[in-house]
Design a protein around this ligand. Sequence first.
Ligand SMILES: Nc1ncnc2c1ncn2[C@@H]1O[C@H](COP(=O)(O)OP(=O)(O)OP(=O)(O)O)[C@@H](O)[C@H]1O
Ligand SMILES: [Mg+2]
Length: 246
Amino acid sequence: MLEVSGISRSFGGLKALDGISLSVAQGSITGLIGPNGAGKTTMFGVISGFIAPDAGSVVYQATDITTEPAHLRARRGIARTFQIVQPFAGLSVGENIAVGAYLRHASPSEAKARAEAVAARVGLGAMFDRSASALTVAGRKRLELARALATEPDLLLLDEVLAGLNPSEIRDILPVIQDIRASGVTILMIEHVMQAVMALCDDIFVMAQGRMIAEGKPDAVCRDPMVIEAYLGHGAAARMQEAGNA
Ligand SMILES: Nc1ncnc2c1ncn2[C@@H]1O[C@H](COP(=O)(O)OP(=O)(O)OP(=O)(O)O)[C@@H](O)[C@H]1O
Ligand SMILES: [Mg+2]
């Protein structure tokens, strides 16, 4: 469904992305993980059209969209959430969601009906008429998800939608994500919560310092020495091996 090849992008002297390739199979939940500053969010910017790459290509459903503006990619069915959630604080929860729905529904009543359906789906039904500024962190995360879903995407990019949630809030939202996939939406998710990554993802890509260092099934990726080193520091894989043998 999505084929990203050889993407590079620098910010001044910093090479945030250095020849990144990844692919997402239709119908999958694919994980994108890696330590802070690896370039994951920058990668989402490139896929969604917010950031122009210096090199490489983004091919979506067999069409090269590398230079296409973000709003046209949204129309094609690519939606993203933002790591730093910023709801329109002066609008209600329902109005925030309707902003996404206007992509495909010009009439306010249709956009509202669509927003109501999405709110119910992510567990925000009871908050629909409340001000977005009244939401807790967990509520804001759900709203971010709802705004993206309201655009009726085929490919949904989730940037740390579980960050800042407590374990019970995470348990509550995992079935919501599974249900979104079951409804036919393909998901690419950036996530640090490994319990969720292991539970949800079919395939995982691991980035570190602008490069792709591993890819594969969740259990294999977690045992990969390169991945352990990237997370825990140089020599960590050997130290863990020694500890295991002792
Ligand atoms: N607009 C920008 N201008 C300058 N540097 C940037 C910009 N955006 C990102 N960077 C830098 O690029 C690198 C990758 O950042 P990015 O946000 O993509 O990482 P990340 O993997 O999403 O990290 P985190 O897990 O902390 O969210 C970082 O060193 C960051 O400081
Ligand atoms: Mg990020």
